[in-house]
Design a protein around this ligand. Structure first.
Ligand code: SAM
Ligand code: SF4
Ligand code: SF4
Length: 371
C-alpha cells in the first residue's frame, strides 16, 4: 500500500516568537498566564525512530517514503545547549532528552556532556534524563553515564515477547529491552523508570504480568493512558483504559497504598506495594488532567518551542538563533512565549470537538515534539 502523504510544512508551521515584555513570578522567574512556572524542558533530538509503535508512528504513515527532517534542519548541539542555558536562567531545573529515538542521534553523549555542565538559576546541577526505547541502550549506557546523564526512562509496552514485537511493529525482542535496562542499572543510570502505554484491547492484558515482572527490582513501572497526541494514530476514547482500572487490577493481587508526590508538577501519581515490593506510577493524562501545575515546555527537533503537548504550532527559536539573535533577545522570546501561555488542553478535552486543533493545522506529532 502506498504511504499516506501528510503536509508536513503545515504540521510544523511556526509561530513568530513573541516579543518582550514577559511576566515574572515574585522570585524573578517566569510565570505563565495561569501562574505556572517553567521548570521542565523536554528536548527532541531527532524525529527518527527504529520502532513503529502504532500509537506514535504507525507504519502506514511513517513508511519508507516518509520525509524526515534533513540534518541541517536539526538544532546543532551548540544551539541546543545555548537554548537550554537560557531556559535554565528562566527557572528550568530538569532536562529530558527524547525524540523520536534519542539514541539514534549521532554522538548524543556529546550533547549530554554539554548539557551536564549547565547549572540551574540557583547554581545547582540540572536534573538530566533521557527517554528511550532501549534498543541501543546496552551499547550506549556507559558512555551516557560517563557524559553525566543521571537516569533513563525506558518504554516497554509488554513483557510477552509476541505482544511486544507486535506493538513495536519491527519485531524487536523484549529480551533486548531488558538487557538495556540491566546495562543501565549496572552503570548507575537509576532509579530506572519503565513506561508502559496501555491501549485497551492491545496490551491491557499485560498489566499484571508487567507489574509482577518489575516488582521488587527497584524499577518503577509507570502506566500511561493512551493519549490523543498527533493526528495519525487513530486515537479513540474507547481504546483508553483509565488508570483507576489499572490500579484496581494490580491492587486486587498486590495491595497498594498512595505515596505523596516527590515534586510539584509531577505527571505520575505514585503508589507503593504494601508488602514493600516497590513503587508504581499512574499517568492519567486523559481521565485526570494535570494541566493545573504543568510546568513543561518542549523544544522540537528543529528548534520550535511548544508550550503544550497538544499544540498545533511552536515558536521558531531556530530562526532567531540562526538570524544572529543575542542571548537577551532569545531570552526575551522564551519569556514572552511562556508569559503568554494559557494552554490546558487535557482539562478542556471533554468540551472540545473531535479535532480540536486550530483550523487548518494538525496537532503536532509525538515523535517530533518528544514525549
Ligand atoms: N522513543 C523513545 C521512547 O519510546 O521511549 C522516546 C520518545 S517517545 C515519543 C516518548 C514516550 O511517549 C514513550 O514512553 C511513549 O510510550 C510515549 N507515547 C508515544 N505516543 C503516545 C501516546 N499516543 N499516548 C501515550 N504515550 C505515548
Ligand atoms: Fe519510536 Fe518511541 Fe514513538 Fe515508539 S514511542 S515509535 S519507540 S518514538
Ligand atoms: Fe501540560 Fe498541555 Fe498536557 Fe495540560 S495538556 S498537562 S498544559 S502539556
Amino acid at each position: 500500500m502506498a504511504d499516506k502523504v501528510f503536509p508536513i510544512a503545515d504540521l510544523r508551521s511556526a509561530l513568530p516568537a513573541p516579543p518582550a515584555p514577559f511576566t515574572a513570578a515574585p522570585n524573578g522567574l517566569l510565570s505563565d498566564r495561569l501562574g505556572r512556572p517553567l521548570r521542565d524542558l523536554r528536548i527532541s533530538v531527532t524525529d527518527r525512530c527504529n520502532f513503529r509503535c502504532g500509537y506514535c508512528m504507525p507504519k502506514e504513515v511513517f513508511g519508507r517514503n516518509y520525509q524526515f527532517l534533513p540534518q541541517q534542519a536539526l538544532l546543532s548541539f551548540e544551539e541546543t545547549t545555548r537554548l537550554a542555558r537560557l531556559f535554565a536562567a528562566h527557572g528550568v531545573r530538569k532536562l529530558r532528552l527524547t525524540g523520536g529515538e534519542p539514541l539514534l542521534r549521532k554522538n548524543v553523549e556529546t550533547l549530554v556532556g554539554m548539557l551536564a555542565a549547565l547549572r540551574t538559576a540557583d547554581g545547582e546541577p540540572m536534573d538530566l534524563t533521557l527517554t528511550t526505547n532501549a534498543s541501543l541502550l546496552s551499547r550506549k549506557a556507559q558512555a551516557l553515564k560517563d557524559a553525566g546523564l543521571q537516569r533513563v526512562t525506558v518504554s516497554l509496552d509488554a513483557i510477552d515477547d509476541a505482544v511486544f514485537r507486535r506493538m513495536n511493529d519491527v519485531d524487536f525482542a523484549v529480551a533486548d529491552v531488558l538487557a538495556g535496562i540491566e546495562a543501565a542499572q549496572r552503570v548507575g543510570l537509576g532509579p530506572i523508570k519503565v513506561n508502559m502505554v496501555v491501549r485497551r484491547g492491545t496490551n491491557d492484558h499485560e498489566i499484571l504480568a508487567m507489574a509482577r515482572h518489575f516488582r521488587g527490582t527497584g524499577v518503577v513501572l509507570r502506566f500511561i493512558e493512551y493519549m490523543d497526541v498527533g493526528s495519525t494514530n487513530g486515537w479513540r476514547m474507547d481504546h483508553v483504559l483509565p488508570s483507576a482500572e489499572v490500579l484496581a487490577r494490580i491492587d486486587a493481587e498486590h495491595p497498594l497504598e498512595p505515596l505523596a508526590p516527590s515534586q510539584p508538577g509531577e505527571t505520575a501519581e505514585r503508589w507503593r506495594y504494601r508488602d514493600g515490593g516497590g513503587e508504581i506510577g499512574l499517568i492519567s493524562s486523559v481521565t485526570q488532567a494535570f494541566c493545573g501545575d504543568c510546568n513543561r515546555a518542549r523544544l522540537s527537533t528543529e528548534g520550535k518551542l511548544f508550550l503544550c503537548l497538544f499544540a498545533s504550532r511552536g515558536h521558531d527559536l531556530r530562526a532567531l538563533l540562526r538570524g544572529g539573535a543575542t542571548d537577551e533577545a532569545l531570552s526575551a522570546a522564551i519569556g514572552g512565549a511562556w508569559g503568554a501561555r494559557d494552554d490546558r488542553y487535557s482539562e478542556l478535552r471533554a468540551q472540545l470537538p473531535a479535532d480540536a486543533a486550530e483550523p487548518g493545522f494538525r496537532k503536532v506529532e509525538m515523535h517530533y515534539i518528544g514525549g
